[in-house]
Design a protein around this ligand. Structure first.
Ligand code: C2E
Ligand code: CA
Ligand code: CA
Ligand code: CA
Length: 276
């Protein structure tokens, strides 16, 4: 029994070692990923529930590793975050997304918007608003077309959140709360923050229609009273769309409307819609 335990501990430690070794290797490679142009963005459409039109897109970061293939952001963003690399990478994402979407607007004659994920470290960079302002000026993207997504946990430091969000709002951009419902806050807590959009987490959407849908209905109704735009994430089924439409959700994002894809593919869809 004891020997068995020891083996298990050794196995565990070996695994941990391997794990942190892999992490270190990945971090090492990530340092070169930016300059080697291994990072790129896919975009996922955000669709108006009533008209089916593409209103905006969310930029989602991808890493095409030279030997390991495509690495999920869920695997490398935490490493980028820990090492601080997320700051230059995040700035690159901002710059890249704004300029690509600006170009798309010109090609399609459409004022499509773009949502960008902010990491906690970026949110605590003192020059965040300056960076955003500079990128908007450089890319000529209209501020109203840019939305930054933050998570509830980033707003735990209330004073910092209010200050930072006010600075960002002064630029004329929009703010969304991502993964809403998975954190600790409540709508009441968000009430006094200068935000525009609530993104309802996929875990609630998955409950439609057989599971517990009381919460999602309540979130939508409260968000409507607070005049927030409501996006449902991870919509995969037609009946989820129908439910969300009935409840008054504004926008839908999920595999049902399109997986994350290169922006030119979305442009083709828009051209197709315009021609029809
Ligand atoms: P997120 O911001 O919650 O993004 C939504 C995730 O759900 C994306 O995963 C998307 O591909 C996936 N998704 C969308 N629709 C569906 C659906 O219908 N079903 C299912 N099962 N999944 C769906 P992805 O692209 O792997 O990104 C994972 C997370 O990585 C993001 O979660 C976000 O937190 C983070 N991330 C991605 N890009 C960036 C970035 O540029 N900066 C930062 N800081 N984080 C990023
Ligand atoms: Ca997001
Ligand atoms: Ca999300
Ligand atoms: Ca998420």
């Amino acid at each position: 029994q004891a020997k068995h335990q020891i083996n298990r501990v050794l196995f565990y430690e070996k695994n941990m070692e391997k794990c942190s070794e892999q992490k270190m290797l990945l971090e090492h490679d990530l340092h070169k990923a930016l300059e080697n142009q291994e990072l790129y963005l896919d975009y996922q459409p955000q669709i108006d529930v009533r008209t089916g039109e593409i209103i905006s897109v969310e930029a989602l970061l991808r890493w095409k590793h030279p030997t390991k293939g495509i690495i999920s952001p869920a695997d490398f963003i935490p490493i980028a975050e820990e090492s601080g690399l997320i700051v230059p990478i995040g700035e690159w994402v901002l710059q890249q997304a704004c300029s690509q979407v600006k170009k798309c607007q010109e090609d399609c004659q459409l004022t499509i918007g773009v949502s960008i994920n902010l990491s906690i470290r970026q949110f605590f960079q003192h020059n965040l608003a300056h960076t955003v302002k500079r990128v908007l000026a450089e890319t000529q993207l209209h501020p109203a077309c840019l939305e930054l997504e933050i998570t509830e946990s980033m707003t735990m430091d209330r004073k910092h959140a209010v200050e930072t969000l006010c600075e960002l709002k002064e630029l004329g951009i929009k703010i969304a709360i991502d993964d809403f419902g998975t954190g600790y806050s409540s709508i009441a807590y968000l009430k006094d923050l200068p935000i525009d959009t609530l993104k309802i987490d996929r875990s609630f959407v998955m409950q439609i229609p057989t599971g517990d849908t009381v919460l999602i209905s309540m979130i939508i109704s409260l968000a409507k009273h607070l005049n927030l735009t409501i996006i449902a994430e991870g919509v995969e089924e037609e009946f989820q769309w129908e439910f969300l439409s009935r409840e008054g959700c504004n926008l839908i994002q999920g595999y049902l409307c399109g997986r994350p894809m290169p922006l030119h593919q979305i442009i083709e869809t828009i051209h197709f819609q315009q021609a029809a």
